[in-house]
Design a protein around this ligand. Structure first.
Ligand SMILES: [Zn+2]
Length: 425
């Protein structure tokens, strides 16, 4: 008799467990906890045992279970993509050529492009069409080895449209195997209709405080509240007020910080004990030191710099040197980072941020899970955690970022169930 809901996984030439205490700082980012010829025993979606093939196969429970042989491939925890803008109506391919011709992100925004362009399209889109597009994206995330994503609202910017997005997060999470962590980003930019009036920003913040947050808090439509705190978006003072209001409704803060200019947003994130501050291209030395001593994760998004053709990437080496909890994410969005591929982000982290393959993998798993408050359930392959596994068609983990532009993800497993397979297995 085969025990139902139990699975013995063998044949990992390298099993990257990332076991041990997290989050990881400094040298510990390099410790992948590799088991050669590794195996896992999965029971009811959770990891029941992990070790070498000989150790795991010797367990009495391992005898009468379904078996899966990875054929000498590399297995690691499923990627945790801790910064995405999952729900949007369309690409912004029309702006791509303007950017190539030399227009800056802010110039495009001033011409009604940028985020406001996506807002217009989202408001006009039906929930059904948005859901269809997002569902296709979720399949792609899984195909690249991602098993958990964070998803932000922020292209609605009115009560009905923001709630439409957050409800879709909930629906998609219930219907798709990927784990979706919902974040409210009503403070993405001040919407067009408020920009024209005097005191418009203040009125929009009041709408967030009085109309949006109470509904989101009561219906539990989001876990986090995020603010785009930058030149042309929200100031540090405004961001603090919005994050405090979010916290009153049980939403933990996270921040878009120091992307286009240095505003002091990273300091605000630390002060407010935010889960994460993201981007950080323009942090200064003292910000880096402060992040090194804080529990706020420094989430780097190199896909953005790559897509916009910007030369100044975030100072990953200095952040790691200072002891910051560095994470990596795609920032999947139609304007600045249209990619769902965490392996591509790892390649960029290695070549542009000068992170090693091991550091990049840790940043995309354990540390990203910590930034979402899920360090106890995902991010590493340890007993008691979810069996969230990405398997790559490589013999050495360093080949995951080394080969770029293709997709070598061979299989993705979420809570013990295969959710993507490159071929019939
Ligand atoms: Zn973003």
């Amino acid at each position: 008799m085969v025990l139902e809901d139990s699975l013995l996984i063998t044949g990992a030439s390298q099993l990257l467990t990332l076991g041990g205490r997290g989050p990881r700082r400094g040298d510990s980012l390099s410790n992948l906890g590799i088991i050669n010829d590794g195996a896992l025993l999965v029971r009811d979606g959770l990891i029941a045992a992990v070790g070498t093939r000989a150790e795991v196969e010797a367990l009495p429970e391992a005898r009468a279970v379904e078996k899966l042989d990875l054929g000498g491939r590399v297995a690691l925890p499923g990627f945790v993509d801790s910064h995405t803008h999952l729900i949007h109506a369309a690409s912004r391919a029309e702006e791509y050529e303007l950017k190539i011709a030399g227009a800056s992100y802010e110039e495009i925004a001033r011409k009604g492009g940028g985020i406001l362009n996506s807002v217009k399209k989202l408001r006009a889109a039906t929930a059904e069409s948005l859901k269809k597009r997002a569902a296709a994206a979720l399949k792609q995330f899984a195909a690249y080895g991602t098993t958990t994503i964070e998803a932000k609202s922020g292209y609605g910017l009115d009560v009905a449209s923001e709630l439409k997005i957050l409800r879709l997060h909930k629906e998609l999470a219930a219907e798709h195997p990927l784990e979706i962590v919902s974040t409210f980003l009503g403070a993405h930019v001040v919407p067009e209709e408020y920009r024209k009036k005097a005191g418009g920003a203040e009125q929009y913040i009041k709408l967030i405080e009085q109309n949006l947050l109470p509904e989101i808090g009561e219906k539990r439509l989001a876990e986090f509240c995020d603010v785009f705190c930058d030149r042309g978006a929200f100031s540090v003072v405004q961001a603090k007020r919005i994050l405090q209001a979010g916290r009153q409704w049980g939403l933990a803060p996270r921040l878009h910080a120091e992307q286009l200019s240095r505003t002091g947003a990273a300091r605000l994130a630390i002060l407010m004990r935010a889960a994460s501050c993201d981007h950080l291209e323009h942090v200064n030395k003292s910000d880096i030191q402060a992040l090194g001593k804080s529990e706020t994760v420094a989430t780097l998004l190199p896909g953005c710099n790559f897509h916009l053709g910007l030369k100044q990437y975030a100072p990953a080496r200095a952040l790691i040197g200072a002891g910051a909890i560095v994470a990596l994410a795609t920032d999947y969005n139609p304007g600045t980072s249209p990619t769902l591929s965490m392996p591509m982000i790892l390649s960029l982290a290695c070549t542009q941020l000068r992170m090693t393959p091991a550091e990049a993998i840790t940043a995309a798993t354990v540390n990203a899970a910590y930034s979402l408050g899920r360090e106890k359930s995902i991010g590493s392959l340890e007993v008691g955690k979810q069996a969230d596994i990405a398997v790559f068609e490589v013999a050495d983990y360093r080949e995951i970022p080394y080969y770029f532009g293709g997709n070598l993800c061979w299989m993705t497993v979420k809570r013990g169930r295969v959710i993507h397979a490159a071929e019939q297995v």
